[in-house]
Design a protein around this ligand. Structure first.
Ligand SMILES: [Zn+2]
Length: 342
């Protein structure tokens, strides 16, 4: 079965301004690379815009209408988040591409999918734009999956920044597990290892904050000893990945040392998890990643994995990642949701 890519050149119409790292050149670089050498077994599909109901499953109506009212204009929403004339349409298409990827995978029409979208989404809160993000694409996709019949949805977030928006949206819910590995302390400030969710959702948020400098082997420890055991215990019906490529060693915004191989290994780990838990139902959504060349090569590496290639993590982790994993495990234990051994 094929891999679906949902994307659209209309997403390039969102332009937060000259010199902004989240520039249209990011997606343009990915699309140019795919056009130069189209990966085998891939179907491309243009998205429809997300509907009002799909957006309002996550965002408040006043927030949606306030963004919509800015369509066709330039506006600054916070210190680093801005809209251009085409931003509202692009944001609706990005969210729609995320929903379309879920629909393709959930229906069984394709094996897995990658929504190549921008603006990114994981910092967007129910009623606030933040951190380059307007609509929370991953949360909108997870809600669409829930409505389509998925009882439990895993959102695994490997963007180098913590997905504060996604975490908050699902913090009190046991039906969507949010699991993140990210640089910490770092923007946006959330994502400490003892943030494990609240109320009925206690234990259904898993955070692994790491200081900068961690490499492929360190990420391997986090996946094998924390994220994968947590995911398997949750037994998701669908896996969504907030796939940011800013942990890359070449990324200008952060300090991690992940390589293309590391992203292929992370993608292989989630593909194998999805194979075991839910018939391989896996959707990747593009979040950050600000080095154009690293973004294109890492996206390609993940597409190869979606097509069946497998990559492993190298060995040789330091001591920092195991300590972070132990801290998160202790926090989950204290929340009475202990994890099985890896
Ligand atoms: Zn990021």
């Amino acid at each position: 079965m094929a891999t679906l890519i949902t994307t659209d050149r209309r997403l390039l119409a969102h332009d937060p301004g000259q010199g902004h790292p989240e520039s249209p050149a990011r997606l343009a670089a990915v699309l140019a690379d795919l056009e130069r050498a189209p990966p085998a077994g891939v179907v491309l599909e243009a998205p429809r815009p997300a509907t009002e109901a799909e957006i309002e499953a996550v965002h408040s109506r006043p927030y949606r209408t306030s963004l919509q009212a800015l369509a066709g204009r330039r506006a600054r929403l916070d210190q680093d988040t801005a809209m251009s004339e085409g931003s509202w349409d692009a944001a609706c298409l990005a969210a729609g591409a995320a929903v379309g990827a879920v629909e393709g995978v959930w229906s069984g029409r394709v094996q897995n999918a990658f929504a190549l979208v921008r603006p990114p989404g994981h910092h967007a809160e129910p009623a606030r734009a933040m951190g380059f993000c307007l609509l929370n694409n991953a949360a909108i996709a997870a809600e669409a999956a829930r409505r389509a019949g998925a009882a439990r949805v895993l959102i695994l977030d490997w963007d180098v920044h913590h997905g504060n928006g996604t975490q908050n949206i699902f913090a009190a819910r046991p039906d969507v597990l949010y699991a993140s590995v990210h640089q910490y302390p770092f923007y946006p400030g959330t994502g400490a290892n003892d943030e494990v969710g609240s109320g009925a959702g206690k234990g259904f948020t898993v955070n692994c904050g790491l200081p900068g400098g961690q490499d492929d082997a360190d990420y391997g420890v986090v996946f094998h000893d924390l994220l994968l055991p947590a995911a398997r215990a949750f037994a998701p019906d669908l896996v969504i990945v907030s796939a940011g490529f800013d942990p890359h060693e070449r990324d200008p915004l952060a300090d991690m040392q992940v390589t293309d191989r590391g992203f292929a290994a992370m993608c292989s780990a989630v593909a194998e998890l999805a194979d075991g838990a839910c018939g391989g139902k896996l959707v990747l959504l593009l979040e950050g990643g600000y080095d154009l060349e690293a973004l294109a090569t890492s996206v390609r590496a993940c597409l190869e994995v979606l097509g069946g290639r497998r990559e492993s993590f190298p060995s040789g982790a330091g001591t920092v990642a195991p300590r972070a994993v132990a801290a998160t495990r202790a926090a989950l234990q204290a929340a009475k949701r202990p994890l099985p051994a890896s």
